[in-house]
Write a protein that binds this ligand. Structure first.
Ligand code: IFM
Length: 471
């Protein structure tokens, strides 16, 4: 191991849940096999022209056929848990018709394979692959989709035995805002009002899903995963502080307040009243459903954000910040702010700033302002332009450093009393990075997309040794 590849000096609790994470459309491939029907991501990747190199998830990592090999990689890594997602279009190809046995069988094999290796499954019911047929009826802008999700949640809970911990959704923010408001993710709609109504229907679907699952198996643990962040104002100027608060509202409070306080933040309700239908879709009793108690919260954290008020590019430059080009779509700037870059701060291949102190800040805020239920870092990781060296090895010291810094931040937060119980690296495998196709690699295992060959990177071995030293 290289000298910079040391471990955090403080130990984690021995029962801490170490894991890695993936998602169905990003790794499975087999897009038309065993009764699977198209999802919005099949349509978007084939038709929108908005995915780098025209990449699609048709084959991806071919995990559908190679899952045994991937399970062996997990076993050799000695993780306690594996987070993956179930593809709705494999389970309910006709949405309202009977469940597809072949689709269920794939996940049954996967779950059995995890149990055989002593690994706890942590499946997510929805990681962005909405059946295309539901999108044609309005997708997440339609309340009906929330009820269909509850039916699907009941099916997977009933059918996939041996899972004690489920998450309903992964990053509903991304589905609602990148998919319905900004048009850069499936289904590619650019309508701020649709972003707000999708927000509500995703939350409603989560609440209905939780209730359906509790009725079927009262003992099961259910949570959801949010992508949350630390949003900072570029200065103390009122305009910048207000811009940071609006961005915090859209990314953090619009999810956390209804889930944990049973209400939408008033400033967000007022903001989206200007964008019909906005929150006019909320019906009596919805917030009680949405705030149904959950057993844990998954947190996906990648980096912090700094914003200033709209039109303050000059002040931002004077303060030494990097200022990007203005948003090309008027609608993107409904938060009336500009994103600025902190000079000198390292960035990943996604151009995301690295600052682990944001993770500590976020965890402490969650614990103080929202909830004491167990928290899990369900995703944390970094993309780099990895390559196979002449000796056949893939060395990724920057990723190791990134993970190490974020683990230190977890320890700092735990020292402050945060009830953090697990950490999952995004991702086990290089995979289909949505709008970036295969051009960004997040894995601790390299994928050769021509042959399907897997090569564990140096971060994989580092994580294995780290887990060994901490369990
Ligand atoms: O690849 C995604 C994942 O699907 C959801 N969270 C963020 C990751 C990196 O962009």
């Amino acid at each position: 191991m290289s000298p910079d590849a040391t471990f955090p000096q403080r130990p984690f609790p021995r029962d801490f849940m170490w894991g890695t994470a993936t998602a169905a459309y990003q790794i499975e491939g087999a897009a038309t096999e065993d009764g699977r029907t198209p999802s919005i991501w099949d349509t978007f990747s084939h038709e929108s022209g908005l995915v780098t190199n025209g990449d699609t998830g048709d084959v991806a990592c071919d995990h559908y056929h190679r899952y045994e090999e991937d399970l062996d990689l997990l076993a050799a890594l000695k993780v306690r848990a594996y987070r993956f997602s179930v593809a709705w279009p494999r389970i309910h190809p006709d949405v309202t018709g009977p469940a597809n046995q072949k689709g269920l069988d794939f996940y049954k094999r996967l779950i059995a394979g995890l149990h055989d290796r002593g690994i706890t499954p942590l499946p997510t019911m929805y990681h962005w692959d909405l059946p295309q047929s539901l999108e044609e009826k309005g997708g997440w802008t339609s309340r009906e989709t929330s009820y269909r999700f509850a039916d699907y949640a009941a099916t997977v809970l009933e059918q996939l035995d041996g899972v004690d911990k489920w998450t309903t959704f992964n990053e509903p923010w991304t589905s609602a805002w990148l998919g319905y408001a900004y048009g850069i993710h499936a289904p590619g709609r650019s309508d701020i009002g649709a972003g707000a109504s999708a927000t509500h229907h995703l939350l409603l679907a989560h609440g209905l899903g939780v209730q359906a699952c509790r009725d079927i198996r009262p003992g099961v643990e259910i949570g959801l995963t949010l992508n949350l962040g630390a949003i900072r104002a570029g200065s103390n100027d009122d305009a910048d502080v207000a811009a940071a608060w609006r961005n915090d509202g859209n990314l953090n409070r619009i999810w956390l307040d209804p889930l944990f306080k049973g209400e939408y933040p008033q400033d967000m309700v007022e903001l989206y009243a200007e964008y019909p239908p906005g929150f006019s879709v909320v019906q009596e009793g919805d917030l009680e459903i949405i705030s149904s108690p959950i057993d844990f919260l998954g947190v996906n954290y990648y980096g912090p954000g700094t914003v200033m008020g709209e039109g303050r590019e000059h002040e931002a430059r004077m303060a030494g910040f990097h200022v990007g080009p203005p948003p090309s779509e008027e609608s993107i700037n409904h938060l009336h702010s500009i994103g600025v870059g902190v000079p000198g701060r390292p960035r990943t291949a996604m151009d995301w700033e690295i600052d682990a102190s944001g993770l500590r800040e976020l965890l402490e805020r969650l614990s103080k302002e929202y909830t004491q239920i167990p928290l899990y870092i369900t995703e944390n990781g970094a993309a780099y332009h990895d390559y196979v060296g002449t000796d056949g090895a893939v060395r990724d010291p920057e990723r190791i450093e990134y993970i190490k810094q974020h683990l230190e931040a977890c320890l700092d937060a735990m020292d402050e009393g945060v009830n953090l119980q697990g950490y999952f690296i995004w991702s086990l495998l290089d995979n289909f990075e949505w709008g970036f196709g295969y051009s960004r690699r997040f894995g601790i295992v390299w994928i050769d997309y021509d042959t399907g060959r897997r090569i564990p990177k140096s971060s994989y071995y580092w994580y294995r040794d780290f887990i060994n030293a901490n369990s």
